[in-house]
Design a protein around this ligand. Structure first.
Ligand code: NDP
Length: 297
């Protein structure tokens, strides 16, 4: 078998286009743009790139982008005050505080200060709670993006065996919850799981969110499995090259011999994350305006 490559990049581009069209209609209906505020504390190079990319994507989707940069020695009070101002600002529908924060700032208390109805990252405990009891809230962007790729590919997931490897609050746990809500039979595996390969081999759906390069080989996979690779890992550079290659948690080439479908890295899950962030922001804008969000978002 040669697996179908699940093209997250193309899927994300279509989602961004739909968000852009609906955002233009939202502006016509409400005489204001949907708005996303992104807060960056410090000068972390990767975070600066992410924040820049999010701002550009927000503008391209016909929404307003507000960027707030604080110095790396910003106090917790200064950050809290800014979050409070954004909570009260009617032109801001979504607030994202770029993580990681400098060590002296407590991420959990900053996230807790964001209004749950503007928490488009879905990291607030209220939104984690809403997800776990089946209420409408905001779901973290990466697992929601994975879910979109899975349902697009497989349709109804009822009764399928799903194994999620990784149990972080931002990927593994919400992913497992979404699969459970879709009536899959879900196992969450982690670093203490015994005989992980045997556990994974049971799965019709494998979601790998570990952060270990090419850990999952073809011997771990059941014939015909659908594999979603969330991992982003950089290999050491080859001689003469400045940067190493980006790879996922799954050994893509050999896994493709066994799986029915698989996401590549890069070009799979990665592009979905920003597209879903824009989607969540537009959903927040509709809710904040008392409107129903479009069904195809
Ligand atoms: P975390 O480091 O928070 O979690 C990793 C999880 O993997 C933990 O639950 C850990 O188990 C588990 N784990 C670690 N080693 C093993 C092992 N040998 N066997 C089984 N399980 C193991 O990572 P994140 O969830 O934040 O991210 C996971 C990966 O996804 C990373 O590569 C990250 O870069 C990528 N990522 C990609 C995104 C995208 O947009 N595509 C967005 C977010 C993340 P334990 O809990 O027992 O320690």
């Amino acid at each position: 078998m040669t697996a179908t490559r699940i093209d997250g990049k193309a899927f994300a581009a279509r989602l961004r286009e739909r968000v852009g069209e609906h955002a233009a209609s939202f502006e016509k209906a409400t005489a204001r743009k949907a708005g996303l505020a992104v807060v960056l504390v410090g000068e972390d190079a990767a975070s600066q790139v992410y924040v820049g990319a999010k701002g550009k994507a927000t503008l391209a989707a016909n929404m307003a982008s507000f960027e707030h940069r604080l110095p790396s020695d910003a106090t917790s009070e200064a950050l809290m005050t800014l979050v409070q101002q954004l909570n009260e600002d009617d032109s801001v529908d979504g607030i994202l505080v770029q993580l990681p924060l400098p060590d002296h700032l407590d991420e959990q208390s900053i996230i807790a200060a964001i209004s749950p109805d503007k928490d488009v990252d879905g990291f607030h405990v209220i939104n984690a709670g809403r997800l776990s009891v089946g209420q409408a809230g905001f779901v973290p962007c990466t697992p929601l993006g994975c879910m979109m790729l899975l349902t697009d590919r497989l349709g109804d997931l009822s009764g399928l065996e799903a194994v999620v490897i990784g149990r972080s609050n931002i990927v593994g746990k919400p992913m497992a919850q979404l699969l459970l809500d879709a009536n899959a039979t879900v196992t969450i595996a982690h670093s203490r799981t015994k005989d992980l390969a045997a556990v994974v081999r049971r799965a019709d759906i494998v979601v790998a969110a570990v952060g270990r390069p090419q850990m999952i080989g073809k011997d771990w996979l059941k014939d015909g499995a659908t594999v979603i690779d969330v991992g982003i890992n950089r290999l050491p550079p080859e001689p003469g090259k400045e940067k190493g290659k980006l790879v996922g948690d799954v050994a893509f080439d050999e896994a493709s011999e066994v799986a029915a479908a698989i996401t590549p890295v890069p070009g799979g899950v990665g592009p979905m994350t920003i597209a879903v962030l824009l989607r969540n922001t537009l959903v927040a804008a509709h809710r904040n305006a008392g409107l129903e969000a479009p069904a195809d978002l």
